[in-house]
Design a protein around this ligand. Structure first.
Ligand SMILES: Nc1ncnc2c1ncn2[C@@H]1O[C@H](COP(=O)(O)OP(=O)(O)OP(=O)(O)O)[C@@H](O)[C@H]1O
Ligand SMILES: [Mg+2]
Length: 269
């Protein structure tokens, strides 16, 4: 599936910073790539994005180079490929370059990337900004990430209320990250407070997540049995499009042409 009409676009957003947008984006991308799904990540946290860091990539090209050349036609050239198969369009290397990226430019970049992408993940800057709202309008799903701390929840509630006024609440999927058994507020109360029927709760896994950031190996790859991995997988499996893509990719892999390609490329054994 590489028709731009069929690409699933997911914006990973949050009301406040430091809640886990980058961690969730990198791990979701790795889970999708594991199923042979073509996944691209745009780091649209244009001032302080650190998706490259999460994948331990050292970009020699970023979105800034494409913007300086006004090149919206050859975006795959600016992508960095991680070992997991994930393609990353890195954020500018310095915060002052962020203003080179206009929303018009970014929207054209998205259209170009969609031509060869099954699932496009876009990490947005924290907070509700004009650009983020434009990205959300283009998205199929808005993953709204929060921690279970009251201060973060209060702002998340306000953000989702604003998205409702903008007619975007239907796309919202709430993710509560860094949940622990010591969390004072119960999942049911969190859903009620925010005003959603469903939410994904991802556990706090300090040791494994710190280690993954040090090595650039996503937790879901290094620790497939960890509760964090299992919960994220469960979230994906609740999406009909994910199951459809998974089946389609498994079929492609077992097909005659796949084996023929492997044989002719000398990998068939
Ligand atoms: N489930 C988790 N368990 C333990 N630590 C976590 C978890 N998720 C994220 N962290 C840690 O919390 C910190 C913030 O995470 P991350 O960078 O993913 O958040 P962010 O929302 O992208 O932040 P920023 O607003 O700075 O871009 C990081 O140090 C990360 O290792
Ligand atoms: Mg981040």
């Amino acid at each position: 599936m590489t028709d731009t009409q069929n690409t699933i676009t997911i914006v990973i957003a949050s009301a406040v910073g430091g809640v886990g947008r980058t961690t969730i984006t990198a791990n979701l991308a790795a889970l999708l790539a594991k199923q042979n799904i073509k996944v691209s990540v745009i780091d649209a946290d244009l001032q302080f994005g650190d998706i490259s860091l999460a994948f331990d990539l050292h970009p020699d090209r970023t979105i800034t180079d494409a913007a300086e050349r006004k090149d919206t036609e050859n975006i795959p050239f600016y992508l960095m490929k991680h070992d997991s198969g994930v393609n990353v369009l890195p954020a500018p290397s310095r915060p002052e370059y962020a203003e080179l990226i206009t929303s018009d430019f970014l929207l054209k970049v998205i259209e170009n990337l969609k031509e060869d992408t099954d699932v496009l993940l876009i990490e947005a800057q924290a907070g509700l900004h004009d650009l983020t709202i434009q990205l959300m309008e283009k998205a199929d799903i808005i993953l709204t990430v929060s921690t279970p701390l009251m201060s973060a929840l209060k702002n998340t509630k306000m953000m989702i209320e604003t998205l409702q006024l903008l007619g975007l609440k239907e796309k919202v999927k709430l993710v509560i990250n860094q949940f622990t058994s010591k969390t004072m507020i119960h999942p049911k109360e969190i859903r009620k407070l925010i005003g959603v029927n469903e939410a994904t709760f991802l556990p706090k896994e300090d040791k494994e997540i710190d280690h993954s950031l040090d090595t650039g190996i996503p937790v879901v790859t290094g620790h497939p049995k960890l509760a964090f991995t299992k919960e994220l997988e469960k979230m994906l499996e609740d999406f009909r499009w994910f199951n459809h893509l998974k089946k389609q990719k498994a079929k492609d892999k077992s097909g005659f042409f796949h084996h023929l390609r492997l044989r002719t490329s000398g990998q068939g054994g």
